[in-house]
Design a protein around this ligand. Structure first.
Ligand code: HEM
Ligand code: HEM
Length: 175
């Protein structure tokens, strides 16, 4: 196994937030699909409340990750990565952040345009009802979810390729 620049790692807070969003998404994506298959009932309301809560937590984690990116230097590119590989990796990371923000904010807007009050922990927000905007936000929620699933699949595939085919230590940068 090639000994990649393993000292080039993300800082501990970036790593923690990365794995917290992974855990959150592993629960949240199946929960979303499970939620929409439920008939209207108290149980569905509870599932939706959990989905909304986890979604807002993921929204905050994503904002925090972007903020940390401004303050903490990302590790240098792996020494053996060719430039095209780094462009693909950076594009994948950029689109992951963008899609995470789109999925979470579209979910939030769907609820708010439905006229529901949302608790953001530090503040409660309620908007004027607009069902057209609520429907539009939900369409965005659905399509950005599929985009997110595709991007995550590519991201994990790349991590597996690095580990088992290229046999480098890229995974150690985030663990
Ligand atoms: C990364 C975070 C999130 C993910 C991955 C996610 C995922 C999903 C998925 C897969 C669905 C089912 C879509 C379908 O096929 O119809 C869904 C539905 C839903 N999501 Fe999210 N969601 C997230 C965040 C949020 C947030 C922050 C909110 C609101 C604050 C929210 C509110 C909803 C609601 C209300 C539904 C069901 C709508 C209905 O049946 O009327 N989601 N979500
Ligand atoms: C499930 C949802 C996941 C999301 C949304 C996600 C998102 C991200 C993002 C945005 C970055 C870039 C960090 C930055 O530079 O700010 C990143 C880095 C990384 N992720 Fe993930 N990730 C996920 C799952 C995974 C999994 C399951 C693995 C391992 C199998 C993984 C391995 C990595 C590695 C190795 C890096 C560092 C890449 C590099 O240094 O160029 N990720 N991830």
């Amino acid at each position: 196994m090639r000994d990649v620049n393993i000292i080039q790692r993300y800082n501990i807070s970036t790593k923690l937030l990365h794995w917290m969003s992974v855990i959150g998404l592993v629960i949240q994506i199946p929960l979303g699909f499970y939620l929409v298959r439920q008939e209207f009932s108290d149980f569905r309301i509870t599932i939706e409340e959990i989905h909304v809560f986890i979604g807002i937590v993921i929204f905050y984690i994503t904002l925090l990750r972007l903020l940390f990116r401004l303050f903490f230097k990302s590790p240098d590119d792996p020494i053996e990565a060719f430039s095209g590989q780094m462009i693909i990796a950076k594009l994948n990371h950029f689109l992951l952040y963008l899609t995470l923000l789109t999925v979470t904010s579209s979910g939030i807007l769907k609820k708010l345009f439905n006229g529901e009050k949302l608790n953001f922990g530090i503040i409660e927000i309620k908007l004027k009802t607009n069902f057209d905007y609520a429907d539009l936000s939900y369409d965005v929620h659905i399509y950005s979810n599929y985009t997110l699933i595709a991007l995550i699949s590519l991201h994990i595939l790349a991590a597996l390729l690095h580990t088992f085919v290229f046999k480098d230590n890229v995974i150690k940068r985030i663990t």
